[in-house]
Design a protein around this ligand. Sequence first.
Ligand code: 5GP
Length: 192
Amino acid sequence: MKLLEDRIRKDGVVKPGNILKVDSFLNHQMDVELFNKMGEEFKRLYADAPITKILTIEASGIGIACIAAQHFHVPVVFAKKSQSVNLDGEMYTAKIESFTHKRTYDVIVAKKFISPDDHILIIDDFLANGCACLGLIDIIRSAGATVEGVGIAVEKGFQKGGELIRKQGIRVESLAIIESMDDKTGEITFRN
Ligand code: 5GP
């Protein structure tokens, strides 16, 4: 999506450790008009999928998922991060290793919000090593629901997440895929 690539080139900052900072428009301050265009694009890409729900993970996926949901006319569920899960049988849980914070979280979704007849689109801001998405896929499968696909704002194509998920036969649509980036020069190259 050219609009997003242009914005990343203009306002994204490449940090050491393969981190792209996009906090001026994506995951701290949020450009909601840009989110709306991204939501439109997710809807165009998944127009043929019978999506009943969008699943994301707190915190930075929530804004993008909510704006996208207005194009799909479905509810958004976000997986909550928690450091100690009180397993009472009412929750689906998955362990997720945070790429940016280098620690492991349990994420939880209440069982009542995902049912076997749901067709779910996962939406998140970044795809890096794929841990967050794979955790959400696990949760959807535990519920017996269908993963219709994954919608990502920024995929870092040089990390393994995209390949891992696509290898499972799951559709992944990323609005911008970074082929390489250099924290010394600030240069960012996108995949065609
Ligand atoms: P993964 O689980 O795919 O390794 O990482 C995905 C999560 O880590 C995303 O939800 C995002 O919050 C965070 N993340 C991964 N890479 C980056 C990055 O380069 N920049 C920012 N801002 N967040 C990232």
